[in-house]
Ligand binder design. Structure first.
Ligand code: FAD
Ligand code: MLT
Ligand code: ZN
Length: 488
């Protein structure tokens, strides 16, 4: 089913006039309005973070209230105008960018905290609140957000929920399917579904909110989020471990889990290429030559616990036992000594995404596969590109791997001089078939967007896809909500 075969209406001047009549001044950006918004003001809404996807939206709306979102959507349903909900536009699969000239509804102006209960830690916020601003909001109350990711300065909580983003804290705090307690959603006919409950327990039939978590804006526009924020750890520290061989990652993970147990809060992996790109592009401070010598890859371990002395003792004991083992799994470990070093070590891992985008154009494959196969997949992809004659400064500059070991999630990145059809054809379906051969997932955490609609079948059965389509048709019979995203 290609939703774009439907008879959609393009936004026209008369529609813009209507939007102007229901929204505050400055909430309508349109090249069709009498004031004629210049194209360069619309460009940021038509281009994604990687500069890979480009849309042709003529009109962007920035409502301030749920009622305004509802009025916009009701009108679009009546006139069959397709809508792309947009949060911070940091998505990596082309979900937030129009495929053609769909109307963009940006949540950026819905950015107020509605309530926070310091006893339960339950935060209720508008969907357009930026993740970092929520982190800052709850910090004085000694709470943290249950989710953290490199895009925290721009991504919005609504976008996080819409993508079911994973990130750097999933190992400790689990997925948003657990920490989101309630949602307010404007459905594709304009109805407001108020499920903004703040109850920890609520077994009253179907849990509808779960459907919108990870739906990538295809079932409705999330306008409010109720989320459980955990107490801030009393002490956090981190260490980067340099490993001589990738094969040591798995036994290391087992050892670290056993020895650190309840204080382990992150176990993140970067290969040597990812490390070198991070350093080259100024993400965190380089380790010394001595620390890096002979390292094939690195692991960042973070601890978060209740008492600093206790946690530091555990971490020091771990390092000592790792270094003094008969066959050491690590070459060395660099322990952070102060908050600046803590951030700098994290930057080496978190900054890889930014570094890759500074180095070139990224083909990103965010996959779940058995941990033992992380390196094989990176190597097999590199060899495949080599066999096609595509490795080199003017084609594919680097093939690298990094990711969330604790979640079995590898980020396979191909960094190229430019996006070309030749590289694209060499990578797909090659990578997806490789993932399928491990019975893996073609999207561990970034979603499907427009990038992977054709690859969904590698990870979902025909029956599952058929039911997803039925759910989509039930909620959105006119197919106006983010058409051709997630489902073809
Ligand atoms: P957008 O990019 O604007 O939108 C993403 C999708 O959600 C689109 O389909 C859009 O239509 C839909 N959407 C957005 N807001 C709403 C809403 N209110 N209602 C309904 N639908 C909506 N992702 C991870 O999972 N883990 C990571 O560790 C991670 N790290 C990243 C690091 C960097 C540097 C960057 C650039 C990206 C990273 N991402 C990561 C990807 C991205 O940040 C996440 O997917 C994020 O959750 C997207 O939020 P956003 O507000 O930018 O959404
Ligand atoms: C990460 O883990 O760094 C993010 O998912 C972003 C990326 O894949 O580059
Ligand atoms: Zn990630």
């Amino acid at each position: 089913m290609n939703l774009f075969r439907r008879a959609y209406s393009s936004v026209a001047p008369k529609h813009v006039q209507f939007f102007q009549s229901i929204l505050p001044p400055h909430a309508v950006l349109s090249s069709l309005s009498p004031s004629n918004t210049p194209l360069d003001e619309l460009a940021p809404f038509n281009t994604d973070w990687m500069q890979k996807y480009r849309g042709q939206a003529t009109t962007v709306l920035k409502p301030k209230t749920t009622q305004q979102v509802s009025a916009i959507v009701r009108y679009c349903a009546e006139h069959t105008i397709p809508i792309v909900p947009q949060g911070g536009n940091t998505g990596l699969v082309g979900g937030s960018i129009p495929l053609r000239d769909e109307l963009v509804v940006s949540l950026a102006n819905m950015n107020s905290v509605r309530s926070f209960d310091p006893v339960s830690g339950i935060l209720v916020a508008d969907a357009g609140c930026i993740l970092q601003s929520l982190t800052d909001y709850v910090a004085p109350h000694n709470h943290i957000m249950p989710i953290d990711l490199g895009a925290k300065g721009s991504c919005q909580i609504g976008g996080n929920v819409a993508t079911n983003a994973g990130g750097l804290r999933l190992l400790r705090y689990g997925s948003l399917h657990g920490s989101v307690l309630g949602l307010e959603v404007v459905l594709p006919d304009g109805t407001i579904l108020d499920q903004l409950t703040s109850l920890r327990k609520d077994n009253t039939g179907y849990d509808l909110k779960q459907l919108f978590i990870g739906a990538e804006g295809t079932l409705g526009i999330i306008t409010g989020v109720s989320i459980l924020t955990p107490p801030s750890p009393q002490a956090s520290t981190n260490v980067i471990l340099a490993l001589p061989h990738f094969d040591n990652v798995l036994p290391l993970y087992k050892t670290v889990k056993r020895q650190l147990s309840e204080i382990l809060s992150a176990f993140e992996f970067i290969d040597r290429t990812a490390y070198e790109l991070a350093v080259k592009h100024g993400q965190g401070r380089a380790l010394s030559d001595e620390d890096v010598a002979g390292a094939e890859c690195f692991v960042l371990v973070e601890t978060s616990g209740g008492r600093r002395e206790h946690d530091e003792e555990k971490l020091t004991d771990l390092l000592t036992s790792l270094l003094e083992a008969d066959k050491p799994l690590i070459n060395t470990g660099v322990l952070s000594q102060n908050p600046a070093q803590f951030s700098s070590l994290w930057a080496l891992r978190e900054g890889v995404t930014e570094a890759v985008s500074k180095e070139g154009k990224a083909y990103k494959y965010d996959i779940s596969i058995p941990l033992a196969s992380f390196k094989d997949v990176v190597d097999a992809t590199r060899e495949h590109l080599h066999s096609k004659g595509l490795l080199g400064e003017h084609a594919v500059k680097h093939v690298l791997g990094y990711g969330h070991v604790g979640d079995g999630n590898l980020h396979l990145n191909i960094c190229a001089a430019a996006y070309t059809q030749e590289i694209q054809d060499a990578l797909e379906p090659f990578v997806y078939e490789l993932v399928a051969s491990y019975r893996g997932s073609v999207s561990a955490e970034h979603g499907i967007g427009s990038m992977k609609t054709h690859a969904l079948h590698y990870s979902k059965s025909a029956t599952s896809i058929a039911w997803m389509k039925k759910i989509k048709a039930l909620f959105d019979p006119k197919g106006i909500m983010n058409p051709n995203k997630v489902l073809e």
